[in-house]
Write a protein that binds this ligand. Structure first.
Ligand SMILES: [Zn+2]
Length: 351
């Protein structure tokens, strides 16, 4: 009797925790790009953020810091920094929580939520599985959707690039690199896990402004470059550089394949001592190990501004896959990338 009474509650607890795990943690059985234990999440999130993002609590209506935000920018997951909604999709719903009529495609996961005796659709960050809020089909715009999101689940990145509300441990780093045609480099880095944005543009020139027209003359001194923002808790700077060195030829001066001119030079534009040191150490190691037959000519120079290229250059490969240059030059690079760096590739869901 003594033994039974002792075991019975344990059995009950087991039953309860098994069924509750199956229900509550349905999202966590999927593989997320950012996977942390609950203890790790507790370390980087405030108690209020943890309650909402990980324990699926709902913040009190009309209390959220981003409820009335009307600035242009991007709303990101407060736990992992993944971009979720753009300011274009935000609308005033008067429900008390920030509301959006659409997501950044594929960045939000939906699942059934039958808690509290009702049927709702829960929304989660596709990169880390954190709880965002719920999705309703009573939106006033043509999508008919209302993504009702806890302000605590979101961080905001405005035009001045200041992040607010983000978890402490998100370590965003920005690096600017030139390795020939920016269409090619952008296509590769878009596929890399931990990368939150890649912009094609121009760097390293004398002129105070740059455009494709002036840069392609080769007289402004700018190089076609990409600016990559990545989360160094997911991918290290050294890994980013390794991909950079593998995906172009760092031994040909002012040239990549058929593309010739100083605008196609190989360069790393460092913003701080860590970036400078990591780049130089990697070059020294490659040289010592004779990874390349010829000397590496990559410039490691101080960052001195970046000019975003014209809109039609952004996401060029994704939008022009059948264009001859893409098929001849970029496609083989993508295949090489997939082969060598398959462990560093984003999961399908995180693209
Ligand atoms: Zn997330």
């Amino acid at each position: 009797m003594y033994q039974t009474s002792k075991l019975f509650p344990i059995f009950l607890v087991l039953m309860f925790s098994m069924s509750s795990c199956a229900q509550k943690n349905r999202a966590t059985v999927q593989q997320f790009e950012v996977n942390k234990t609950e203890t790790e999440w507790k370390k980087i999130l405030t108690p209020e953020q943890y309650a909402v993002l990980r324990d699926k609590a709902t913040e009190r209506p009309f209390t959220g810091a981003l409820l009335k935000n009307k600035e242009d920018g991007t709303y990101r997951c407060a736990a992992c920094n993944y971009p979720l909604f753009t300011s274009d999709a935000k609308f005033e719903s008067n429900c008390g929580w920030p509301s959006f009529d659409g997501e950044i495609e594929g960045h939000v996961i939906k699942q059934d939520d039958n808690s509290l005796g009702m049927h709702r659709t829960e929304i989660l960050c596709a990169r880390c599985g954190s709880h965002l809020g719920h999705l309703f089909d009573d939106g006033p715009t043509e999508t008919g959707l209302r993504y009702c999101v806890n302000s605590l689940s979101l961080g905001f990145e405005g035009a001045d690039a200041i992040q607010s509300n983000m978890a402490n441990a998100i370590q965003l780093d920005t690096i600017t690199m030139a390795g020939g045609c920016f269409w090619c480099m952008e296509a590769v880095f878009e596929e890399l896990k931990g990368v939150t944005s890649v912009i094609s543009g121009y760097a390293g020139g004398e002129a105070k402004d740059a455009s494709y027209y002036t840069v392609s003359d080769g007289n402004t001194g700018h190089a076609e470059a990409i600016q990559v923002v990545f989360d160094s808790s997911v991918i290290t700077l050294a890994e980013v550089f390794k991909v950079f060195f593998t995906m172009h030829d760092p031994t040909t001066l002012n040239r990549q394949g058929a593309d010739q001119g100083s605008q196609y030079r190989s360069a790393i534009f460092y913003r701080n001592e860590t970036q400078q040191k990591t780049a130089n150490e990697l070059i020294a190691a490659f040289t010592k190990e004779k990874v390349y037959d010829n000397p590496i000519v990559t410039e490691v120079v101080k960052y001195d501004g970046f000019y975003k290229a014209e809109e039609y250059h952004q996401d060029y490969f994704a939008n022009n896959k059948n264009q001859p240059y893409c098929r001849a030059v970029i496609q083989p690079k993508m295949e090489k990338f997939e082969k060598i760096f398959k462990d560093l590739k984003k999961d399908e869901i995180n693209k």
